[in-house]
Design a protein around this ligand. Structure first.
Ligand code: AP5
Length: 216
């Protein structure tokens, strides 16, 4: 199964990509996580990416396209993968098409999670992430067992730099302008599944799984 998770920042792409990755036993490829790990390790790419990410802007296409092209050719992607946060622009989608064609593989579905902006802003304000392993929590909807401590590795939880309300609003604007056109791009191909994403994680997860089963 080769999937793309599409949706505004905070729509739940990462949450559901992780659940689907466990369900189908295929890797979740989050360009945001990969970029954040470059920032943490202070690589050249990380230094370049940070300037854009802190402002809520997209990292230039050529940087992310190269990351994804390499990653989908790794051994664990043979049976499929879930792209989380990529593509985010039409040129990225075109570059992905070209790369998949060269590898003689095709996308199965694009899961578009649709959530109203105000719900997103509330969700992002409550998100906390592990400063060490990147696991994601929410102060109301997905509390860690011990306050402010990661269940997975015991490290401290922090608010992401780009989750401050002003930056979230900028990210939503960038999404409208640069990423939303991908809905039409994949709709025309007949592989788009749009899921109403305002509800509990369980409800939305069930809707996604049913839509994927029905469309098989
Ligand atoms: P990235 O890390 O991809 O951020 P994003 O798309 O903005 O997505 P988020 O991780 O913020 O949200 P999500 O949709 O995964 O939601 P989540 O499941 O975490 O990218 C960050 C930056 O990197 C970008 O701004 C850009 O600069 C750069 N970048 C990355 N990819 C790029 C690309 N391809 N091209 C260029 N630049 C790129 O959920 C959010 C919160 O809500 C969590 O706390 C969660 O627990 C909670 N939650 C989820 N679902 C529910 C629910 N149903 N009910 C209640 N709470 C919920």
């Amino acid at each position: 199964m080769r999937l793309i998770m599409l949706g505004a920042p905070g729509a739940g792409k990462g949450t559901h990509a992780l659940l689907l990755s466990k369900e189908y036993n295929i890797p979740q490829i989050s360009t945001g996580d990969i970029l954040r790990s470059h920032i943490k390790n202070e690589t050249d790419l990380g230094k370049k990416a940070k300037k854009y990410m802190d402002k809520g802007l997209l990292v230039p296409d050529e940087l992310v396209v190269e990351i994804v092209k390499k990653r989908i050719q790794e051994e664990d992607c043979k049976e499929g993968f879930i792209l989380d946060g990529f593509p985010r622009t039409i040129p990225q989608a075109e570059a992905l098409d070209k790369a998949l064609e060269e590898l003689a593989i095709a996308l199965d579905k694009v899961v578009n999670i649709d959530v109203p902006d105000e719900v997103i802003i509330k969700r992002m304000a409550g998100r906390r992430v592990c400063s060490n392993c990147g696991a994601s929590y929410h102060i109301e909807n997905k509390k860690p067992l011990k306050e402010n401590i990661c269940d997975e590795c015991g490290s401290e939880l922090k608010q992401r730099e780009d989750d401050k309300e002003e930056t979230v609003r900028k990210r939503l604007q960038v999404y409208e302008e640069q990423t939303k056109p991908l809905i039409e791009y994949y709709e025309k191909r007949g592989i788009l599944l749009t899921i109403e994403g305002d509800g509990s994680v369980e409800e939305i997860g069930n809707k996604i799984k049913s839509a994927l089963e029905v469309s098989k």
